[in-house]
Structures are given as C-alpha cells and as structure tokens.
Design a binder for this molecule. Structure first.
Ligand SMILES: NC(=O)c1ccc[n+]([C@@H]2O[C@H](COP(=O)([O-])OP(=O)(O)OC[C@H]3O[C@@H](n4cnc5c(N)ncnc54)[C@H](OP(=O)(O)O)[C@@H]3O)[C@@H](O)[C@H]2O)c1
Length: 306
C-alpha cells in the first residue's frame, strides 16, 4: 500500500498559505488511514480506532482465503485495529491467524475473542487454543460469550489479566433476554468491556446498558451494527438525504455506522463483511465528522420518513 508523507492537516495548512494549489490535489493523495475516529478505553485511557471488524459467518471457508486476505488488508490499510472473533464462529479464529501472517501494516492489531464453553479447565484450554489459532502471545481482549458460565470464567480472566496473558476482560451479548443479568454484572463486577447489539433500528440498549457503561467507565463493542444486513434491505433503492455530506456519509453503510458512532458510550463498532468494497465502505464510516444529538434525531426522522 502506498502511503504519503504529508498529513491532511499539513496539506490544508499549506493550501491555506497558498504554497499548494489545493484544488489540484486529488483525494487519493491522503493516506487512507487519515482522519480515523479514535475512542478511549475508559479503564486505561488507551485509544483505539472506532471501526473494528467482526468475523461471524464471514471468516469461513465459504469465501476464498485470498478474498478474505484482501478484506483484512483493507481493514488495516484504513486504520482498523480491533478484530472480534470467537470459538463459536467455526474456523474464524484460525483463518484470521493464518491471514495475519501475510497481512501488512498490522502493528496496531487489537485482538479480541471469547470463551464459550462450560467448566474452568475447558475454558482455559479453549482460550489457549484461541491464542494459538489467532497467532497472538497475549490476547488484547478476552470476553465471556453470551454470559456463558460467567462466574467461572470471570475468575480465570481476572487471574489471566494479573498474569499479563490478556490486557482487558469483558462480557458479550446480543440478546435482550440477557440484558437484565448483564446490567447486574456491570453494577457488581469490574469490567473493561461489554459487547452488545445497537443500531439505528434496534436501540433497546440505549435505555439502560449504554448509559450505565458510560457511567461506570466500561468500554463498549457494538455488534450487529447492520442488524445482520437487514438495514440495507430496508433502504434498498432509497436515496441518502441531501445533507448526508454534513457528517461525511457517502453511503447507507456509513450513515448507519455514523449514527452508532454518535452515541457517547460507543468505543468500537464491529461490522462483519466478506467483501473488500464493503470493508472500505465500513472503514469510511469510522472517519471524518460524527453526528451530534440533534443530527442523530434528524437521521432517525429521515429513516422513519422513507
Ligand atoms: N453475542 C456476541 O458476542 C455476538 C453476537 C452477534 C455478533 N457478534 C459480533 O459482531 C459482529 C457483527 O455482527 P453480525 O456479523 O451479526 O452482523 P452485521 O455486521 O450487522 O451484518 C453483517 C452483514 O452485513 C453485510 N455488510 C457488511 N458491510 C456492508 C456494507 N458496507 N454494505 C452492504 N452490506 C454490508 C455483510 O454482507 P457482505 O459479506 O456481503 O458484506 C453481512 O451479511 C459479528 O461478526 C461478531 O464478531 C457478537
């Protein structure tokens, strides 16, 4: 990937000073990872790129490895860091690990996976295997998948964090039926991350869990940002509003992702894709301007009016 030495800020500075003819410079002159929106992980203050990627049902053997390699390369080239996987996703962890061996520009990788099994010993074995499969000596984030045996695994995760085997620990869900229990855990147990579903058409977690995460200083990973692709079916053939450019949105994908990014409790969004052009689209949703509360209302009203 060809990178350019001049930053967007310097470019604009020179252009304003008249030392560069600004209008003559194509957009491709900007490094592809410029303008990336970053969010702080509250428990440490570490910054990560707001746009991560999921691997469920996408990093499988149904898609050629070469294509998935290109998807992964586009992710890193556009400033991506956090990859979310799980032993529940079949071959996904292994495919990520295999592809990382030949992917360039991966220094900022933030590897996240999950434990999803019963029993302490099985949990330990599964987590060790995940690290091997993904090819990391230390997992950046280990999460308990869907609260499964969370009391058992949380103990192990605390020990592992102390021992430096993982950097952060968390718990995930995508089901409303787990929300009340997750809320109790968030109140009672120190957590670095929670992962939950949130998108423009499914805003239940806006009511209690996202405000609680903000209050307690827990980072959030947002899964199902496209409601598994349903959101695109809803807007098929419908135009973006003429003001979409005010928040740097050039596609429906970016519109949906920017809506999520505008929530102050959101740390990282993890859309999943098998296609390079969709990955490039998704990464553009993690760059540029973020909608404020008033703009988010406008985005909701426009969608409701279609
Ligand atoms: N309990 C849990 O822990 C839990 C539960 C659910 C999800 N997750 C995590 O969250 C991730 C994301 O959720 P998800 O995979 O369920 O659903 P999602 O990201 O909301 O939607 C994925 C679908 O959107 C399509 N897509 C992606 N980018 C697109 C674009 N720019 N334009 C058009 N279509 C696009 C993909 O198809 P193409 O391949 O054609 O692009 C795919 O069918 C998962 O992969 C997983 O890592 C965790």
């Amino acid at each position: 990937m060809k990178r350019y030495l001049i930053s967007r800020r310097d470019l604009i500075k020179h252009a304003c000073a008249g030392s560069i003819a600004f209008t003559a410079l194509p957009e491709t002159l900007f490094a592809m990872s410029d303008n990336v929106i970053k969010r702080k992980i509250p428990s440490t203050g570490e910054e990560i790129s707001i746009m991560g990627m999921g691997t469920s049902r996408t990093f499988t053997h149904d898609t050629p490895m070469q294509q998935l390699g290109e998807v992964l390369q586009a992710f890193f080239d556009h400033g991506g860091q956090l990859i979310d996987s799980s032993p529940m996703y079949g071959p996904a962890e292994g495919i990520v690990g295999e592809l990382l061996k030949t992917t360039k520009n991966t220094a900022a990788l933030f590897a996240a996976t999950k434990v999803w099994i019963d029993g302490r010993k099985n949990g330990i074995r599964q987590m060790q295997e995940s690290m091997q499969l993904m090819g990391v000596e230390r997992m950046d984030l280990m999460q308990i998948h869907n609260l499964r045996q969370w009391k058992t695994h949380l103990k192990t995760l605390r020990e592992w964090k102390e021992q430096g085997k993982i950097r952060y620990l968390g718990i995930t869900t995508s089901h409303g039926r787990f929300h009340a229990e997750l809320e109790t855990i968030m109140k009672d147990e120190p957590l670095d991350f929670i992962q939950l579903s949130y998108n423009i058409d499914n805003r239940i977690t806006e009511e209690r869990l996202l405000p609680l995460a903000e209050d307690k200083g827990i980072a959030t990973l947002i899964n199902r940002p496209y409601q598994r692709g349903d959101l695109f079916r809803k807007v098929k053939g419908k135009p973006l509003p003429p003001w979409a450019g005010e928040i740097d949105c050039a596609s429906w994908g970016q519109y949906f992702l920017k809506f999520i990014a505008g929530h102050p409790a959101v740390t990282c969004i993890i859309p999943a894709t098998t296609k390079v052009k969709h990955m490039v689209d998704n990464m553009a949703g993690g760059k540029g301007r973020v909608p404020d509360a008033a703009m988010r209302k406008r985005m909701l009203s426009y969608l409701a009016s279609l």
